[in-house]
Design a protein around this ligand. Structure first.
Ligand code: SAH
Length: 204
């Protein structure tokens, strides 16, 4: 997975590559999905949701440009895999998941992978961020948003980065937004297809 799907496709951050080599991805998919855990595709995790394609997880993590020691908000914890990767990069992670069953499963998965200490899983609507732990050095959104939720920009620290798929319900662009002196600059990292963001600032 790391060689063929990530390095060959242009993921260059050695820390991200090492983190994804280290975290056992099979611990984050349900039993039925285990044979597909390292496939070049999203895998079903139940409740109509998926664990993202490895390449997307890597690209999002790389785009945050973490050095270690940052506080990162993840919206859409899903299986907990991406949160585990961010924790392995030295971040303290707050991971919000809208579907309570998935939030509980993410906690169990993180525990099984020995990453529970670095991640706080919250059951709730991450389209509103999580003000209690703000500001964040980085925010990563794992579901496609119709627009950029204002609360996420507000809760981003100055010079922090927000990585978010924005666009139509079935097709988005992965935007990397940097906040500097209150101003936002945006670059597009890739075309992508994420499950829809729901909740207050998501799709109905
Ligand atoms: N990062 C995850 C990918 C999960 S897919 C992983 O590594 O497995 C996206 C997740 O976003 C789904 O679990 C979905 O339930 C969740 N989601 C959608 N809208 C949300 C919202 N408003 N707040 C929190 N989670 C949300």
């Amino acid at each position: 997975m790391v060689e063929r799907q990530l390095r060959r496709r242009g993921i260059f951050d050695e820390r991200v590559l090492a983190a994804m080599e280290e975290i056992p991805r099979e611990l984050f998919v349900p039993e039925a999905g285990r044979p597909y855990a390292y496939d070049d595709a999203p895998v079903s995790i139940g409740n109509g949701q998926t664990i993202s394609q490895p390449y997307m997880t890597a690209l999002m993590a790389q785009s945050l440009e973490l050095q270690g020691g940052e506080k990162v908000l993840e919206v859409g914890a899903g299986s907990g895999y991406h949160a585990a990767v961010l924790a392995a990069l030295g971040a303290r992670v707050v991971a919000v998941e809208l579907i309570p069953e998935l939030a509980e499963q993410a906690r169990l998965n993180l525990e099984a992978a020995g990453r529970a200490a670095g991640v706080r899983v919250i059951s709730g609507d991450g389209s509103l961020g999580f003000p209690e732990e703000a500001p964040y050095d980085g925010i990563s959104v794992a579901a496609g948003a119709p627009d950029i939720p204002p609360a996420l920009v507000e809760q981003l620290r100055d010079s922090g980065r927000l990585v978010i798929p924005v666009g139509a319900r079935d097709e988005q662009e992965l935007q990397v937004i940097t906040k500097r002196g209150g101003k936002l600059s945006t670059r597009v990292a890739a075309a992508c297809r994420f499950v829809p963001l729901r909740g207050g600032m998501g799709w109905r």
